[in-house]
Design a protein around this ligand. Structure first.
Ligand code: ADP
Ligand code: 5GP
Length: 208
């Protein structure tokens, strides 16, 4: 599935604030629609099935892999996560910009499949801030936090996969940076050149 339409792929080490930023981004700007992934992880408090994720069993997930339902899928922190192809179609047909929330493996796979995507990496201002945020969130047990911190260091090394890096120190500043990135991307020559060619064709004159 090759698509040159604008989409935004966002990754971050767990606890950097990606969910918070994406929620704020979606509530303030109706250009964006969240792409609901499918996962085998259990539902957390405050999550809604079908909105946060589509929650399935491992058997159901494997069936979806076999049917080719995912554009990409990966095992993250011991659970399966996948991007369903039909979600992307639904959002792009509605003329909206899909926001992909994927880990670094997902971003790497999507790189070869989504031509029009912009890749954004959200990072914490420090390791200490990351650990504090993971602990304050109170969604994971101590062992899970240790796994997530170890994975975070590994994920940070993959920053070269991304076009832009947003440091989430002050939340409002980080939000402003993401919005600016999308606005700049939507003004890229290759995305708007059809307007100019249209004007030139209307005039019946493509010469100087
Ligand atoms: P992620 O989705 O990247 O794992 P979350 O959005 O769940 O991270 O954020 C982790 C914790 O950090 C949450 O408790 C959230 O309220 C907090 N947080 C997010 N952004 C900031 C920020 N800029 N400053 C301080 N705390 C933040
Ligand atoms: P969480 O369990 O905290 O919601 O997510 C854990 C990690 O899985 C996050 O890094 C998130 O970006 C990633 N993730 C969520 N959905 C997908 C997906 O569809 N594909 C991939 N590759 N990663 C995903």
């Amino acid at each position: 599935m090759k698509s040159s339409k604008l989409s935004v792929v966002i990754s971050a080490p767990s606890g950097a604030g990606k969910t918070t930023l994406i929620k704020r981004l979606l509530s303030a700007d109706d250009r964006f629609v969240f792409l609901v992934s499918t996962t085998t992880r259990s539902m957390r408090e405050g999550e809604t099935p079908g909105t946060s994720y589509t929650f399935v069993s491992e058997g159901e997930f494997r069936e979806m892999i076999e049917k080719g339902a995912f554009l990409e899928w990966a095992m993250v922190h011991g659970n399966y996560y996948g991007t369903p192809k039909k979600e992307i179609d639904r959002i792009q047909h509605a003329g909206k910009i899909p926001i992909f929330d994927v880990d670094v493996q997902g971003a790497r796979t999507l790189r070869g499949k989504l031509d029009g995507a912009v890749y954004v990496f959200i990072v914490p201002p420090s390791r200490e801030a990351l650990e504090t945020r993971l602990r304050n969130r109170k969604t994971d047990a101590d062992a899970q936090i240790r796994i997530r911190l170890r994975n975070a260091i590994r994920e940070l090394k993959e920053y070269g996969l991304y076009d832009y890096i947003v440091v989430n120190d002050d939340l409002e500043t980080a939000l402003e940076h993401i919005r600016s990135i999308v606005t700049a991307e939507s003004c890229r020559r290759e995305r708007v050149s059809h307007i100019i060619t249209g004007i030139l064709e209307e005039r019946g004159d493509n010469s100087d």
